[in-house]
Ligand binder design. Structure first.
Ligand SMILES: [Ca+2]
Length: 195
């Protein structure tokens, strides 16, 4: 509710398209800052509320998502979904920085699932539960959209999760895949960088 809260997005310069920023809880704090020289038109924004109060739609090139109530426990029966959409010809890299979701075999009770596309109908590329950060901590989409779901049952909750996401171009993505799939191949600076 103030500047110590996690930053969801930061904008300057001109935005060519409307940008959607979604708060996780029922508060959002917006800070507009200008210095002593040069002015722009400023900004105009509207807001609305989501019926289930969690999840959201993210279109900024990077951002942070976290479970409802974090760092307090998420509610029983939570069912939150996040859609991240970044520019075409880019992919989404989601990186978990904190994770604590009720552990159970096959994540039967509570879980965080990641889908390679804009909805639950797309391929589920990861499903996590437990009290440690997933290893590896990141998940990548193969297109410019990623869908994430936190699903909880009616008993036992935990702290939840925090994840940040970034946008990577197809070219960067290709070089990364080449590197991890054939570690003995050097591609430009990637060879030096990862040696
Ligand atoms: Ca549970």
């Amino acid at each position: 509710m103030d500047e110590t809260s996690p930053k969801l997005a930061e904008f300057c310069h001109r935005q060519d398209k409307p940008v959607v920023v979604t708060a996780i809880g029922n508060h959002m704090y917006v800070h507009f800052h200008s210095d002593e020289s040069l002015r722009g038109k400023g900004f105009s924004a509207s807001f609305n509320t989501l019926p289930n109060g969690c999840g959201g739609y993210y279109k900024s090139p990077s951002g942070i998502i976290h479970s409802p109530n974090y760092p307090q426990n998420y509610d029983h029966d939570s069912d939150c979904t996040w859609l991240i959409e970044v520019p075409v010809n880019h992919v989404v890299v989601l990186n978990f920085v904190d994770f604590d979701v009720e552990p159970f075999t096959n994540c039967t009770f509570d879980y965080v699932a990641v889908y390679d596309g804009p909805s639950l109908n797309d391929e589920e590329i990861a499903r996590f539960c437990g009290s440690t950060i997933p290893n590896p901590s990141y998940v990548r989409s193969t297109s410019n959209k990623m869908f994430i779901r936190l699903k909880a049952d009616g008993s036992v909750s935990a702290r939840g999760f925090v994840a940040n996401y970034t946008t990577v171009s197809y070219l960067q993505f290709f070089f990364f895949i080449l590197h991890i799939s054939k570690r003995n191949i050097c591609v430009g600076m990637w060879c030096t960088y990862n040696r």
